[in-house]
Each structure stands twice: as structure tokens, then as C-alpha cells.
Design a binder for this molecule. Structure first.
Ligand SMILES: [Zn+2]
Length: 98
């Protein structure tokens, strides 16, 4: 049996544009219905964008419209606020576990 090389899937952060292991990034997904949400399972259908688990990175991605560009959709202020709120909670949860 030939051994498959173990490759860690890498994705580019939409904020700092650095390549990071997929598992350490936060996936934001736009569903086929056009709804934008944070995908913690990594399995939601739709167009996804990845960002580091850092608030400044996420804010930058939103401010510079990189997130909108990656998701190929416009984001309302409400959606942006909500996303930042969710990201903050995720970061807080991760930090409390560390
Ligand atoms: Zn980043």
C-alpha cells in the first residue's frame, strides 16, 4: 500500500493574506440563499472565506472589503457587526480553553 503524504490543508486568510492551516482559521460562508454566517463545522455549503482567529485580522478583512470580495457578496453594517460579535465570542472561548 503506497502511503499518502500527509498534507495539512492550507488556506489564505482574507485579512493578512497569510497561508495558515485550515483548522486554525475561521470559515465564513455565504449560503446558496445568500445568507452569510460563521461556519464552525467547516462543512456548510456555499462560498467560503477564511480568516485567522484574530479580531484585528477579521476587522481588516471587513474594512478593506476582502471578505466581501472573497464571498462575492455585499455585507450590510448589521451583518458586519454580527460577524465581528461572533468572532469575538469564538476568540474568547478559545482563550478561556487555552
Ligand atoms: Zn490573518
Amino acid at each position: 500500500m503506497p502511503q499518502k503524504p500527509r498534507r495539512i490543508p492550507m488556506r489564505k486568510c482574507v485579512g493578512c493574506r497569510e497561508m495558515q492551516p485550515k483548522g486554525s482559521l475561521i470559515r465564513v460562508v455565504r449560503s446558496p440563499q445568500g445568507e452569510v454566517s460563521v461556519d464552525l463545522s467547516g462543512k456548510k455549503a456555499g462560498r467560503g472565506a477564511y480568516c485567522c482567529c484574530r479580531e484585528d485580522c477579521f476587522r481588516k478583512a471587513i474594512k478593506q472589503k476582502q471578505l466581501e470580495h472573497a464571498l462575492v457578496t455585499g455585507l450590510t453594517e448589521d451583518v458586519k457587526e454580527e460577524l465581528i460579535h461572533i468572532i469575538k465570542e469564538i476568540i474568547a472561548t478559545k482563550e478561556s480553553k487555552a
